[in-house]
Design a protein around this ligand. Structure first.
Ligand code: COA
Length: 391
């Protein structure tokens, strides 16, 4: 039954890494024509974590501005979505809870289903707010996308965290109730527990993603969702930005529309500005698309925006949001630009050395080199415990 209570994204902030590798440096190393990266996959650079950055430091950096602006009194739940988990038992969000000084009267949990996890977190958060509209839920999507060196996936790495404050009468985007959902057991992308880098069958992942677009849309229509031409823009999960274009053309074509490149560009172009320079941020990617749209579009007040969240393996969801009038006063456009512009450019050799780093597993005391200039850092691994510090 539809509820009259408006629930959705009250605030949104993202953080990314200390370092960036331009695709020109990767292309110079492996002899690839730069057109393949810039045009073929739609990527210009990738965020690279410093030795003392991880999903926890990125997540804390993304969430801190939300707590600074709104306080933590109403936040009784933190849901941390990631597919680059650092521990098989403890939720990464518990470290963030500590770094942000949140009250002990909080529940914290970690969610996983590849790049889809943050959308599950958002939907679960909405359910909690419906149960008690006085509460807000902090959703953090944080990921480091890492593939083997010299593999096809390498050019689609990246890292970022997006924090969403979910609550009643949201200031940014009301999330609507009908959702189209889709699950299929496919092996397009996975990361066994013993591997640091993910395994991916790139062509299979494109095919599985397109099947999920069709499946979610079919279910969305059956659930009584909006018509295609009601949307001002479409935020897709972007493992590489060209994937959003493939997905959107497929959605239009499978609904009987000829490919109209002007329409595709109008529907998508403003959602890709951050992802094209950050790279794949897995769970955060679709919400980085939303941040890009809100930060770059002319006034979207009252307009409907579509979301297609895809997580390999695979689970996907198509849903809609309505942009709240007056939202522009609450955006963090300047901070988001700074997060991207502050990154230090790496040369290929430094990138490769960072990529190869991994912690010894002997339980000894292993301090990390002080590299990040951010507020939160992973200071050491000591007795198998991750030690974080705040500046
Ligand atoms: N100029 C312009 N475009 C070029 C080009 C050039 N010089 N050279 C190649 N291209 C285009 C290709 O035509 C292709 O475009 P198309 O897909 O529209 O046909 C595109 O660049 C990629 O080329 P391709 O040969 O398919 O690249 P690849 O074998 O290196 O694989 C990915 C690309 C994206 C599949 C690979 O990087 C990957 O697997 N990434 C991980 C994806 C992922 O994470 N999936 C899981 C989550 S959804």
């Amino acid at each position: 039954m539809a509820s009259a209570l408006a629930v959705g994204i009250h605030d949104l902030s993202f953080a990314t890494t200390e370092f960036v590798l331009p695709h020109t440096a990767l292309a110079a190393h492996n002899g690839t024509d730069i057109g393949k990266y810039h045009l073929g996959i739609g990527q210009r650079s990738m965020s690279v974590p410093a030795a003392d950055e991880d999903i926890v430091t990125l997540g804390a950096a993304a969430a801190a501005p939300l707590i600074a602006r709104h306080g933590s009194d109403a936040v009784r739940t933190v849901v941390f979505a990631t597919e680059s988990s650092i521990d098989q038992a403890k939720a990464a969000g518990v470290y963030v809870h500590s770094l942000l000084g949140l009250p002990s009267a909080t529940r914290v949990v970690e969610l996983k289903q590849a790049c889809y996890g943050a959308t599950a977190a958002l939907q679960f958060a909405i359910g909690l707010v419906h149960r008690d509209p006085a509460q807000r839920v902090l959703v953090i999507a944080s990921d480091v996308s890492k593939y083997d060196l010299d593999s096809p996936g390498e050019a689609t790495q990246g890292a970022a965290a997006v924090a969403l404050l979910v609550g009643a009468d949201p200031a940014l985007v009301r999330i609507e109730e009908p959702s189209g959902v889709f699950t299929a057991d496919v092996m397009d992308f996975w990361r066994p527990n013993y591997r640091e880098a993910a395994l991916v069958d790139g062509q299979e992942s494109i095919t599985a993603y397109l099947q999920a677009v069709e499946g979610t849309w079919k279910d969305y229509v059956e659930q009584g969702g909006r018509k295609l031409d009601e949307f001002a823009a479409f935020c897709y999960h972007q493992p590489f930005t060209k994937m959003a274009y493939k997905a959107h053309r497929h959605l239009l074509n499978s609904n009987g529309h000829d490919t109209d490149e002007a329409r595709v560009a109008r529907d998508l172009a403003l959602t890709t500005a951050y992802n094209t320079v950050v790279g794949n941020s897995y769970t955060a990617s679709v919400y980085l698309g939303l941040a890009s749209l809100l930060d770059h579009a002319d006034d979207l007040s009252g307009r409907a925006v579509a979301f297609l969240s895809y997580g390999s393996g695979s689970v996907a969801e198509f849903f809609a949001g309505t942009v709240v009038p007056g939202y522009r006063a609450h955006l963090r456009t300047q901070e988001h630009r700074e997060a991207i512009d502050r990154r230090e450019t790496l040369d290929y050799a430094r990138y490769r050395a960072l990529h190869r780093r991994s912690f010894p597993t002997d339980g000894g005391d292993h301090p990390t080199p002080a590299q990040t200039t951010g507020r939160y850092r992973l200071a050491a691994l000591r007795g198998h415990k991750r030690i974080y510090e705040t500046r």
